[in-house]
Design a protein around this ligand. Structure first.
Ligand SMILES: NC(=O)c1ccc[n+]([C@@H]2O[C@H](COP(=O)([O-])OP(=O)(O)OC[C@H]3O[C@@H](n4cnc5c(N)ncnc54)[C@H](OP(=O)(O)O)[C@@H]3O)[C@@H](O)[C@H]2O)c1
Length: 325
């Protein structure tokens, strides 16, 4: 991928492959196909439950000479159960072993949520419940200040095991607080961003603080139908404003979503397991949206957050757990 297709001062390629919900039996092949198609950035997480298979795909692509490790950008995320400082390094080491890597380009705190530790040998990935076998399993929050987790993340950076450290799903106030004590500042924030959730102020604040932003769920509602967190009439892929813009450029609606994300100064990590969509989602560097088109898309904002623990934790995990309000 050309150098111009990377983010700001970092070498993060602007389009990465999201790996959440890519099924284990296919993900190694998808990763190899993605690398052949030109992907150099992979967005992973312990919680996705497929890091070992993602790692198989990465290892095969590297050993077959399709790509070298230095040309890849690999991101992973610290899960909620591992926030206590003594668990941060073992969690990273488990992720590195699964991904078959010596280092990560970026390690992110997945959520500003600390839950009770579950040993690897009891359950991996531990997901949201402390004990799913009880009659009414719940989330079990623990009192670990983010500062302690962040200081352990800084140690990982100092050790050279991770090139960058960052955060996900933080708002301005949490970031401001973190910056007040961080001796290594977060280089990235990963947040939900799409035409229904534009988060202009958070984006502007990150720009002001020189924190790069990655947009997750950049195609909006698509990812959330199958898990009951969005309705199909919330799709912006089918939106007529975006459809007209797409037709004017000879592009698909998905490509316009991704291009809009990139022109807002963010990287985007669309997930797909379909070979033709892998190619489509990367083919967003030969057109430019006008200011007016950018504006028309941003005007679709409804502050609609699909991935909100304040909503899904109650239905899925028997625990009311708001974090954004
Ligand atoms: N940090 C966090 O808390 C967090 C939260 C959520 C997601 N993420 C990351 O962000 C990545 C992307 O987000 P996401 O997976 O939620 O959603 P997404 O990438 O916006 O959308 C994925 C959905 O869109 C479909 N799709 C992909 N390309 C398409 C195209 N060209 N045309 C039409 N449909 C298309 C996919 O189906 P097919 O697979 O069938 O193509 C899938 O259903 C995740 O995989 C994960 O790595 C991070």
């Amino acid at each position: 991928m050309a150098e111009a297709n990377t983010l700001g001062q970092t070498k993060m390629p602007l389009v990465g492959l999201g790996t959440w919900k890519i099924d284990k039996p296919v993900v190694a092949d998808v990763v190899q196909q993605a690398i052949k198609a030109g992907y150099r950035h992979f967005d992973c997480a312990c919680d996705y439950g497929n890091e070992s298979e993602v790692g198989d795909g990465l290892q095969k692509a590297i050993s077959s000479g399709d790509v070298s490790r230095e040309d890849l950008w690999i991101t992973s995320k610290l899960w909620n159960t591992y926030h206590a400082p003594e668990h941060v390094r073992p969690a990273l080491e488990r992720t590195l072993a699964d991904l078959k890597q010596d280092y990560l380009d970026l390690y992110l705190i997945h959520f500003p949520i600390a839950t009770k530790f579950v040993p690897f040998e009891d359950r991996y990935p531990p997901e949201w419940f402390f004990d799913p076998s009880v009659t009414e399993p719940k989330l079990e929050p623990v009192d670990v200040p983010i500062r302690e987790t962040w200081e352990a993340m800084e140690e990982l950076h100092r050790s050279g095991l991770v090139k960058n450290i960052g955060i996900c799903n933080f708002g301005c106030s949490l970031i401001r607080d973190l910056l007040s004590y961080a001796s290594i500042r977060p280089s990235f924030l990963q947040i939900e961003l799409h035409p229904r959730l534009t988060q202009e102020k958070l984006l502007r604040y990150c720009r002001q603080e020189s924190i790069e932003v990655t947009s997750f769920s950049p195609l909006g509602a698509e990812s959330y139908y199958s898990i009951g967190m969005a309705k199909e009439d919330e799709s912006t892929l089918a939106n007529s404003v975006i459809g007209k813009i797409a037709a004017a450029h000879g592009k698909t609606s998905a490509q316009v979503h991704l291009r809009w994300g990139i022109q807002r100064g963010t990287s985007v990590v669309p997930k797909t397991s379909q070979p033709q969509r892998l190619v489509e989602n990367l083919d967003v560097f030969d057109f430019e949206l006008t200011d007016d088109e950018m504006n028309q898309i941003s005007c679709l904002n409804q502050h609609r957050r699909f991935n909100d623990p304040g909503d899904f934790c109650e239905g899925a995990f028997n625990t009311f757990f708001p974090i954004y309000e």
